[in-house]
Design a protein around this ligand. Structure first.
Ligand SMILES: Nc1ncnc2c1ncn2[C@@H]1O[C@H](COP(=O)(O)OP(=O)(O)OP(=O)(O)O)[C@@H](O)[C@H]1O
Ligand SMILES: [Mg+2]
Length: 246
């Protein structure tokens, strides 16, 4: 569904991505892992058009999208949820969620997708008339994912959705991502919670020094000695308990 070849991107004259190759299959969760400042967000921004790639190709759903404006890419069905959990605090939860539907005019579809979002995140329905500014970190992340889903994307890209959340909120977010995939939306998931990301994902990529350093089936990566040492604190992954709760 998404095919990235030899992608180069950066800021000003500083190169961050030095030839990234990556594919994400329809119906799957594909994880992008890597340490602080390795270029994960830059990669998502270069895919979604928030920055213009220097070189290389991004093919989505069979069509090239590199260099298109972000709203054109959203209309093609590819949506990014950015890292900052940005919302309009003085607007209601409902109004914030609805902003994600800005590219659409099908009223019934929008109403159906509101119900879809509220089915994943019932707490947002409870708070739908409240100012978004009162929400907790986990609830803000839910709002941002919900807003992304309101564009009815074929594929949603999530940038560290579990970061800075309490453990229960982390579980809630990963569970909701699992449901989003089950309901047919393809997911590209950037995470620093490598263990949870690999338990959820089908396939994973590790980015380092501007290129893909390692890739493989998630179940193989989680048992890989290098991944364990570098990203899982050297421990043996507990793949039974946590996976069962998703
Ligand atoms: N707007 C910008 N202008 C200049 N440099 C930037 C800009 N945004 C990011 N960078 C730099 O690009 C590099 C990659 O940043 P990026 O945000 O892609 O990393 P990341 O993998 O998402 O990190 P994190 O896990 O901390 O979110 C970093 O060195 C960062 O300082
Ligand atoms: Mg980032």
């Amino acid at each position: 569904m998404l095919k990235i070849k030899d992608l180069h991107a950066g800021y000003g004259r500083i190169q961050i991505l030095a030839g990234v190759n990556l594919e994400a299959e329809e119906g799957q969760v594909t994880a992008v892992l890597g340490g602080n400042g390795t270029g994960k967000s830059t990669l998502l921004k270069a895919i979604s058009g928030l920055i213009v790639p220097w070189n290389g190709s991004v093919e989505f759903d069979g069509e090239p999208v590199e260099g298109l404006r972000p709203d054109r890419i959203v209309r093609r069905g590819l949506v990014q949820v950015t890292q900052g959990k940005e919302v309009y605090p003085a607007m209601s939860v409902e109004e914030n969620i609805k902003l994600g539907a800005y590219v659409r005019s099908d009223r019934q579809g929008i109403a159906d997708d509101f119900e879809r979002v509220y089915s994943y995140f019932p707490i947002l329905k409870e708070h739908r008339k409240s100012h978004a500014g009162i929400l907790s970190g986990g609830q803000l992340q839910m709002l941002c994912i919900g807003r992304g889903l309101m564009a009815n994307p074929k594929m949603i890209m999530l940038d560290e959705p579990s970061s800075a959340l309490a453990p229960q909120a982390v579980m809630d977010i990963f569970r909701s991502i699992n449901r989003i995939r089950r309901d047919g939306t393809t997911v590209l998931l950037v995470e620093q919670n490598v263990r949870m990301a690999l338990l959820l994902a089908n396939y994973g990529y590790v980015i380092k020094d501007g290129v893909i350093h390692m890739e493989g089936l998630a179940r193989d990566l989680i048992n890989d000695d290098n991944v364990r040492l570098s990203y899982l604190g050297g421990t043996v992954a507990d793949t039974t308990g946590a996976a069962a709760t998703l």
